[in-house]
Design a protein around this ligand. Structure first.
Ligand SMILES: Cc1cc2nc3c(=O)[nH]c(=O)nc-3n(C[C@H](O)[C@H](O)[C@H](O)COP(=O)(O)OP(=O)(O)OC[C@H]3O[C@@H](n4cnc5c(N)ncnc54)[C@H](O)[C@@H]3O)c2cc1C
Length: 305
């Protein structure tokens, strides 16, 4: 309770204690976070980070939890939501300055509404702009990285930096942020003027394709990165694993690279399926599948480049 009292002195909104992270992930899975905080501005965020350092508490930034598997044990430390600090968005001709918490589909729609082209691919990708930059989210051969001009970050000492594109590195589902201990606060994106009707048509086609391919049940999107040889979904299907269940977790019968929660799946059910898939694909095709989703919980985080 001592930490709770001290965090209340730093924050305008008191932290949530033992907050189930299942409420904050698209899979609907995840044990409790010791503290979930919602700083109102960069000063409060800096104070939280300094507090965490002083007390050796791990921190985790949470976007919309659409790429996360949180373990059943939950998170021992402070989970940070940027919902109040980073939800701003301004247009300057064909440039957009947006906070990390802005929802990607909302941003894609706003950009389209302003007659700007380049972000049609993102209309169906759930999550936040911060999460999309961290993961270099993309679809249909387009990537978040393609649009980035600059990103504002805060490090664990609370120092703010504006980083131009030339200082950033991105590749397939990877960004330099995955190797750094920084919080993404804001990005400037550059778009091109376009024809509003064509933009709407392209967005509609992409959304239709997604609706036809992706399962409706709760998931975290693609579980594995596509290896260079073949799509992960194809390999999983050819290994005969589509539809396999462990508890309430299932390899989607619709798309082999999605694991869905059919009701009461636990993180350990999902981990069991992940291990079965990896072993089976390795045995059948000699290919080691790498995780795309981030696994967090206890005091550790797994993610692979
Ligand atoms: C149905 C479905 C479909 C999907 N389709 C796609 C797709 O087509 N293409 C694709 O690329 N992805 C897809 N995804 C995965 C997911 O939507 C993306 O990875 C998304 O960008 C994650 O954003 P988020 O805000 O939910 O991040 P979270 O899941 O909350 O976090 C992901 C990681 O980013 C870190 N992070 C988040 N915000 C910040 C920040 N501000 N600063 C520092 N680190 C941060 C977190 O700590 C975590 O490690 C899909 C997911 C679902 C559920």
């Amino acid at each position: 309770m001592e930490y709770f009292r001290q965090l209340c002195e730093i924050l305008r909104t008191p932290p949530l204690v033992k907050e189930p992270l299942s409420r904050h992930t698209s899979l609907g899975i995840g044990g409790p976070a010791d503290y979930l905080v919602n700083p109102h501005d960069t000063e409060e965020l800096r104070d939280v980070l300094l507090f965490a350092r002083e007390h050796h508490l791990p921190t985790l930034v949470l976007g919309h939890g659409t790429n996360l598997l949180v373990l059943d044990e939950g998170y021992r430390g402070i989970v940070i939501s940027l919902i109040s600090a980073c939800s701003h968005c301004s247009f300057f001709d064909s440039r957009i300055q947006a906070g990390a918490n802005v929802a990607l589909p909302w941003l894609a729609n706003e950009i389209a509404r302003h007659g700007l082209t380049g972000m049609e691919f993102a209309a169906g990708i759930p999550g936040t702009l911060g999460g999309a930059l961290y993961m270099n989210a993309g679809a249909f051969g387009y990537y978040t990285a393609d649009l980035v001009e600059a990103v504002v970050t805060m490090d664990q000492e609370g120092c703010l930096r504006t980083r131009p594109r030339s200082e950033l590195n991105f590749s397939y589902r990877w960004s330099n942020f995955q190797d750094e201990d920084v919080i993404i606060l804001e990005a400037t994106l550059a778009l091109q003027p376009g024809d509003q009707q064509k933009i709407a048509e392209m967005q509609g086609q992409m959304l239709d394709k997604r609706a036809a391919r992706h399962p409706r049940q709760p998931s975290a999107g693609s579980v594995f990165r596509n290896p260079p040889e073949k799509g992960a979904g194809y390999l999983i299907e050819k290994a005969g694993l589509k539809g396999m269940t462990v508890g309430d977790a299932q390899i989607s019968p619709m798309h082999g690279n999605f694991i869905v929660n059919n009701g009461n799946a636990t993180a350990s059910d999902i981990l069991n399926l992940i291990n079965i898939v990896r072993k089976s694909v390795k045995e059948k095709f000699g290919i080691e599948l790498q995780l795309e989703i981030r696994i967090v919980g206890g005091n550790w985080e797994i993610g692979e480049k």
